[in-house]
Design a protein around this ligand. Sequence first.
Ligand SMILES: [Zn+2]
Ligand SMILES: [Zn+2]
Length: 289
Amino acid sequence: MKIRMYGTRGITPAPGVQSSRYGGNTSCIALRLEDSNDLMIIDAGTGIIKLGQELVSKPTPYNIKLFITHIHMDHIQGFPFFLPLYNPENNITIYYPKYEQASLEKILNILANEYVNPVHLGKIKAQIRYEHLQENIITLKTLRIKNIRVNHPILTLGFRFEHRGKVLCVITDHEPESNLKKNPNDTEKYILSDIDYGSFIEHSDLLIADAQYLPEEVKLYAGWGHANINYIVNQCIKSSVGRVVLTHHDPNRTDLQIDTIVDHYRTLITKKGLKLEIVAAREIEEYSL
Ligand SMILES: [Zn+2]
Ligand SMILES: [Zn+2]
């Protein structure tokens, strides 16, 4: 598996000199396999725009599987500018969680509509297919994909990709069970336990995880649906994860602050004699499994 980061920010894009190294685009990851021409993409934040430009620079038709974790803007706002949509030879399957009160198809069409979009790119011409995901397992040739519902204000999925003995997990927006204020009367509320989160990521070679906040920021943002770095690092240690890529950077976090955070956690891991490799997600950086 070759995994490349195209968007590493959460909530809003964050362009500017202070974010130029880690990048200012919102959520998008590309996944390629050596034994397949299919391209897998996770999320369509603004990072998908550059990926689309790269793809159309070659005259090949594409078979694209686009996995949408959820329909918050930072995960779909680049969609109408994804240029492979406008070539009738491209096949694009969009996998997404099913909402009772919102239709992904309608939302994407509104985003591409000339009334809300400053550029009218014309009608989408690629062959598009929509598939709902509901904690089911998909097999695409040699790739096995599991999904899990995580803790976020709206229905949101995390993914586990297994290919030839290697495991990649992607969980972009998730608030730990321990952060959520539990109301004993609210028995209907869905909560993914920390134990189940740990089982889902167990023995991942690579986990790309939302670690938007610092532990001291958690109280300010309880209920926003995001994790803090302590939680992610601890879960990785418990679940024997090989390498963690911290992503969904807060839009106000500067490159220098991200450097300091990563250095701090790397030092802690070394002092404890543990093996977890910690990386901050950076645009256009590629990882191989
Ligand atoms: Zn997000
Ligand atoms: Zn979200």
